[in-house]
Design a binder for this molecule. Sequence first.
Ligand code: B12
Length: 214
Amino acid sequence: MDLTGIQNALKDGDINKVGELTKAALDEGTAVKTLLDALIGEMDKIGVRFRNNEIFIPEVMISAKAMHAGLNILEPFLSKSGIKPVAKIGVGTVKGDLHDIGKNLVAMMFRGAGFEVLDLGIDVPIEKFIDTAKNKEVNIIAMSTLLTTSMGVMKDVIEELKKTGLLDKVKTMVGGAPVTETYATSIGANGYARDASSAVDKARELLGLLKRQI
Ligand code: B12
């Protein structure tokens, strides 16, 4: 299947068409990963056009909705592989930040790798991360942000987890476009990854899970 149709529909923000074409491509046997890469690649381009002021928030918003339509179709296929969860992860976009595409991709990749995922949503307050670490038996707290203004919240969460002694039982991971390995280390995060699939590898590494177990 020619993926440019899906990519053009994403660019045009045609929600129904992205959903329909993604489904049709899957039915024709196109690999889930190929479709995911095509959608992410086009969303990246939309990001560049937004940055260059070639398009504005409403256009980006509608494309983001169309992106979700495609991701929703792919999700069950990515999630299929795991029967029994290998570990549990709580993932959310930190307080002040409403971006969720990257966070959703991270959640999807973890589900696909057999993890149980507790999606905490967007604009997640510090207390919610702490409550999740304390009461929901997660092995990892994963935080996402796309805004430099919200990066400090990740640090606050880690400090609060440290204060309450919860860092003994949960690992922390951070990510999102402005986050770097250096920043992650500086705030005491256990792990950082630049994209959703390396996030899964990093989580496995942190939990001492062998790849073949998953
Ligand atoms: C789409 C988008 C929006 C959409 C969001 C829709 C949605 N439902 O998410 C809308 C239009 C609503 C929006 C709003 C705003 N946005 Co905006 N947005 C973007 C845009 C174009 C793309 C982001 C995206 O989805 N990328 C695709 C995903 C797949 O990438 P990702 O999120 O980075 O995730 C990957 C990795 O980072 C990693 N990852 C992500 N999270 C995690 C977590 C962990 C634990 C790990 C390990 C890895 C990981 O894995 C992901 C997949 O591989 C970016 C530009 C850009 N190129 O990044 C601007 C951008 C992020 N936005 C920006 C801004 C300023 C805003 C607004 C403040 C604009 C405004 N003036 O109102 C508001 C913010 C409102 C708020 N409070 O949150 C700036 C941020 C600048 C900064 N450095 O702080 C950017 C960079 C644009 C720019 N250059 O100015 N935005």
